[in-house]
Design a protein around this ligand. Structure first.
Ligand SMILES: Nc1ncnc2c1ncn2[C@@H]1O[C@H](COP(=O)(O)OP(=O)(O)OP(=O)(O)O)[C@@H](O)[C@H]1O
Length: 632
């Protein structure tokens, strides 16, 4: 019969030999186990001794949990998901602090007797000096992942256990704690350590990101599909592009140890300007190729963080490298007749001081389009300043837009602040989500547009400004005007020309658009199989081009070198697809019903009883349906 624990007798023999002669036969156990046994003997420990169960009081445990709050909060979700993967085995998952005290445990402990169950609950300690050779305590001493099975444990009481523990390190390579899975000694162990390693790495990545509040982080790997996984390198920089921290995978990929990290600049590590990646990071999670200064090719995604003092791209003059990232108007012309007409209209009014209002559903590419207009204009040498009116808190929007003088209000910065309107002088001001601008500010904005000057808060001196004005909205602005929620005079000021970008489901250039997106993902020429293309053509795309881009990006990562097929679409998208179809069906059904009712009303000259009879429904139902469909 298959013996699930073939090494049991070998470990027992090795242990007896070690206890009798102080040495083991070469190769019978690992060096780490032999070293640990030696430490146990040197500490005067006896293999057959009863276990001393050291357990913290409730108060002491609470204090330890408090002191390790960060570790606990990031480890808990990973322990949950590890538990879901191994819930069919009889195992307990344990998190300890750096001294080996259990902070949290979960799982199935039925395979243990009462004493051992107690040993795996929060508050008990697995220090090697107390419990002899064991995965947690020995991993902490050896600073490396350990599996300790059956008789490899020094104390006989622990021979029933098989445990795999991995130390969790912070960015400075200091041990924060361990993650361990303990199970019955007879359970095969070959995959357990790999699983625990992965979970520990996830916890390290989470801790790493949470403990460094830099200005931006760069996520990188030699293979694009590894970005966003536990194997990615993560580098965190401050707003002066100095490296603040690099995770272990990053240290390995870039070939630097954490001691050498101090004061490295972005430009010393990567052959690219951080600003160009920042531009790509705005509003999307684009993966871009880049080279290290040692000429290794990597892929990276930048994540901007909301730290104070971060210079956001867009609020400054657009540099040559940023400009290189923006799409040109003709690049956006991928064959849809409506888009082509809008582009030719825009080209006619370009540089003529005519404000353009860009309308369209979310994700149709309004900001991309606005940026392309700026790039095509003579103002492209001037600044591009984008303001998202929906993202600014109402109390801040005024000072953001208009700026303020020194000492204008309590808490104002000493030197005052230049508002966005003034920053845009000589370039383009893009007011995104303009429909969300509070009414009171609409009046002030209108005055600036009429007088072409800005008066910062706390000042009486107007400053002349000159910028091209673009704005965008996904709301029906005209309807807001009718409802009195948006100033009519401002509405007319903003829309010298209205450019309405079609929703993706209305566009006739889907394959060409897909090709453009594939190009931006460095995957030009990638094949998409017919089934997927047919699905894409019938999907209603509620998230528009942004959604298409995301679906393609994930499919590219999942498909590797093969053509994109159904198996590379995420379940999320397929579910969305199903719901869309159901919604569509419901929509067309209600349209058909409305048509049927209208026709029957006409042929029976409005006689409700006759119509109800013809349609086979009651008069009440007919009235209800007519009311719901606005037919009465
Ligand atoms: N013509 C296009 N070609 C390639 N990608 C596009 C195009 N239009 C839009 N996208 C993709 O869609 C994303 C969203 O575009 P953008 O932010 O300009 O949309 P938006 O209409 O301003 O959205 P929102 O209303 O939500 O602000 C872009 O980051 C890009 O990935």
């Amino acid at each position: 019969m298959h013996n699930p624990y073939p090494d049991g007798p070998r470990f027992l023999d090795a242990k007896s030999q070690f206890l009798a002669h102080g040495a083991v036969e070469k190769g019978s156990v690992s060096k780490e186990i032999e070293r640990s046994w030696r430490r146990c003997v040197e500490n005067g420990m006896e293999a057959g001794a009863p276990v001393r169960t050291e357990i913290l009081t409730q108060q002491e445990l609470l204090e330890k949990q408090e002191a390790n709050q960060l570790l606990l909060s990031h480890a808990r979700p990973e322990m949950e998901s590890l538990n879901a993967q191994i819930s069919h085995t009889r195992s307990v998952i344990v998190l300890t602090d750096a001294q080996g005290f259990i902070l949290h445990s979960q799982g199935n402990s039925e395979f243990l007797d009462d004493a051992q169950r107690v040993a795996l609950i929060p508050g008990s300690s697995w220090q090697e000096s107390l419990r002899g050779t064991n995965a947690i305590g020995t991993a902490l001493v050896e600073r490396s992942p350990m599996t300790v099975q059956g008789a490899e444990h020094f104390l006989e009481r622990n021979h029933v256990l098989a445990c795999s523990a991995v130390p969790i390190l912070n960015a400075r390579n200091q041990i924060m704690g361990t993650l361990d899975v303990s199970t019955d000694a007879s359970m095969p162990q070959q995959h357990t350590l790999a699983l625990v390693r992965m979970s520990a790495q996830m916890i390290e990545n989470r801790l790493f990101i949470a403990s460094h509040a830099g200005a931006y982080s760069l996520h990188f790997h030699a293979r694009p599909e590894f970005i966003g996984t536990l194997w990615e390198g993560i580098a965190i920089f401050d707003d002066r592009h100095r490296l603040m921290a690099l995770n272990r995978s990053g240290q390995f990929q870039l070939g630097i140890t954490h001691e050498k990290l101090e004061d490295s600049l972005f430009s010393e590590l990567f052959a690219c300007r951080p600003e160009s990646l920042m531009q790509a990071a705005q509003g999307s999670s684009l993966v871009t190729p880049l080279y290290t200064t040692r000429e290794a090719r990597l892929y990276a995604r930048m994540t901007l963080r909301q730290a104070p003092g971060v210079r956001q791209p867009g609020a400054t003059n657009s540099s040559a490298s940023e400009r290189h990232c923006a799409a040109s108007l003709q690049m956006l012309n991928t064959g849809d007749p409506r888009v082509a007409r809008i582009i030719s209209q825009v080209e006619l009014v370009l540089d003529q001081d005519i404000p353009i209002l860009i309308e369209g559903e979310t994700g149709v590419g309004k900001e991309l389009f606005a940026r392309a207009i700026h790039e095509a204009s003579t103002r492209s040498r001037g600044p591009w300043v984008a303001v998202n009116c929906a993202a600014l808190p109402e109390g801040l929007i005024e000072s953001e837009l208009f700026g303020y003088e020194e000492g204008a209000f309590t808490g104002a910065r000493r030197k005052g602040s230049v508002g966005k309107l003034e920053q845009a002088d000589g370039g383009t001001l893009f007011l995104d989500e303009i429909g969300d601008m509070p009414l009171a500010l609409q009046a002030r904005l209108l005055r600036v547009l009429q007088e072409r000057s800005v008066t910062p808060l706390g000042s009486t001196k107007p400053k002349p400004v000159n910028f091209a004005l673009l704005s965008a909205t996904n709301q029906k602005l005209r309807e807001k005007v009718e409802r009195g929620e948006f100033r009519r005079d401002l509405y007319y000021r903003l829309n010298g020309l209205t450019a309405t970008l079609p929703a993706l489901r209305q566009r006739q250039d889907l394959p060409a658009l897909i090709n453009t997106i594939l190009q931006t993902e460095n995957a030009a020429g990638k094949t998409i199989d017919r089934e997927v293309m047919a699905l894409f053509k019938s999907h209603p795309w509620p998230g528009n081009v942004r959604q298409l881009h995301n679906v393609l990006r994930t499919a590219l990562a999942l498909s590797g070198a093969s053509p994109i097929s159904m198996m590379h679409l995420t379940q999320d998208f397929l579910d969305d697809m199903k719901n869309g179809v159901e919604e569509d069906a419901a929509l067309s059904l209600s349209k058909l019903t409305a048509e049927a009712i209208k026709a029957a009303m006409q042929s029976h000259a409005g006689n409700v009883s006759a119509v109800a009879r013809q349609l086979g429904i009651s008069r009440n139902t007919l009235y209800r349906r007519m009311r719901a469909m606005n037919l009465m």
